[in-house]
Design a protein around this ligand. Structure first.
Ligand code: FES
Length: 100
């Protein structure tokens, strides 16, 4: 019998919602599945639309295009929701749509 994938709590500060996200899901996939209007375009790590600040927690990043997130942004605690899988409970804030 397959074990249920490990699931973490992801807090989206923009909406104040707390959603479940498994270790096999990206933050973006979990947010969209929960009905959150998270900003994204490509969902494949190339456009940077889903750029988010990782307020707390750690993620595993899937492969992404070099232009979508600079090393400086990574150092500054930013991530791409469409490429980030949780390694524990997380808090994220999306930075798109003119928000900072
Ligand atoms: S949606 Fe394009 S980089 Fe995430």
């Amino acid at each position: 019998m397959a074990r249920a994938p490990k699931s973490y709590q992801v807090t989206i500060t923009n909406t104040g919602q707390v959603i479940a996200c498994t270790a096999q899901q990206t933050v973006l996939e979990a947010a969209v599945a929960a009905g959150i209007d998270y900003p994204y375009t490509c969902a494949s790590g190339n456009c940077g639309t889903c750029v988010s600040r990782l307020d707390s927690g750690k993620v595993t990043m899937l492969a992404r295009g070099d232009a979508s997130l600079s090393p400086e942004q990574v150092k500054g605690g930013q991530t791409l929701a469409c490429r980030a899988r949780p390694r524990g409970d997380l808090t994220v804030t999306w930075l798109g749509r003119g928000r900072k």
